[in-house]
Design a binder for this molecule. Structure first.
Ligand code: PEP
Length: 252
């Protein structure tokens, strides 16, 4: 099971190092469990230093929080997939709802980012999810279909490394509200069917994100077909994150 820590724009580089170094042995122990893979996604500016620590820990991978849709060139401030590959990123989150919302990222742009990542053999963590209004109007599957359509098109022409699809209801991110396990289970199963139908060899994994805590991790971990979690605020505290990893994987 995959446990992705998304630190967002939190943790200064020194704090990121403290988090990893101060919990080095426990972190290594989590990764040493063959059923668990941990992915730490710090800010761009901390990737290099964090990699220096994680590279000695099998089962603990490095992830970035975004990448450019362009391969290289005059794109001031952007970070390419090739740069991420050189710094040692194994994974990269794309299409997070905060970027879709604050930076108006389109489904097509997100698909181009996935393309760049696949070219560099970095595993894309593609985030999808409906807003609260869309949930109320029962539009979840239409939204997911629209978000994933361009990604599926891109992937039909590439041979992707293992992919991750993170279902993150927007109304659940950072709100303390968690979707009902039965509801998440039906979305997870729908996503699996979509992949098996359209990309039978992709080995895609479906993760859930949205207010995952120590209180709900065990229950969520029992959802059929769920392959991992994307954890935001609770991942800033190592002990909370560790407990989520233990509880979320206890049903295995
Ligand atoms: C996220 O950032 O993707 C997320 C799920 O955040 P939180 O766990 O804080 O809801």
């Amino acid at each position: 099971m995959l446990f992705i820590a998304n630190w967002k724009m939190n943790m200064l580089p020194a704090q990121s190092l403290d988090w990893c170094l101060g919990n080095k042995q426990e972190l290594a122990d989590l990764g040493a469990d063959e059923n668990i893979e941990v992915v730490i996604c710090p800010s761009f500016v901390s990737l290099h230093q964090v990699k220096g620590i994680l590279s000695l820990m099998p089962g603990v991978a490095l992830g970035a929080q975004d990448c450019s849709a362009h391969a290289q060139g005059a794109f001031t401030g952007q970070v390419s997939a090739a740069m991420l590959a050189e710094v040692g990123a194994d994974y990269c989150i794309v299409g997070h709802s905060e970027r879709r919302h604050h930076l108006a990222e389109s489904n097509e742009l997100v698909a181009e980012k996935v393309r760049r990542l696949v070219e560099m053999q970095i595993r894309a963590i593609s985030c999808v999810g409906e807003t609260s209004a869309q949930f109320e109007q029962q539009l979840t599957y239409d939204v997911l279909q629209a978000q994933l359509g361009p990604v599926l098109k891109v992937l039909a022409h590439q041979k992707p490394a293992r992919l991750v699809f993170a279902y993150e209801p927007v109304w659940s991110i950072g709100t303390g509200k968690v979707a009902e396990p039965d509801y998440i289970a039906s979305v997870v199963s729908w996503l699996h069917e979509l992949w098996q139908e359209q990309l039978p060899d992709s080995g895609a994994l479906v993760a859930y994100g949205g207010s995952v805590t120590e209180e709900n991790a065990a229950q969520l971990g029992r959802i059929q077909g769920l392959g991992g979690f994307l954890i935001g605020s609770a991942s800033l505290n190592f002990q909370k994150f560790k407990n989520i990893v233990h509880l979320g994987s206890s049903a295995l």
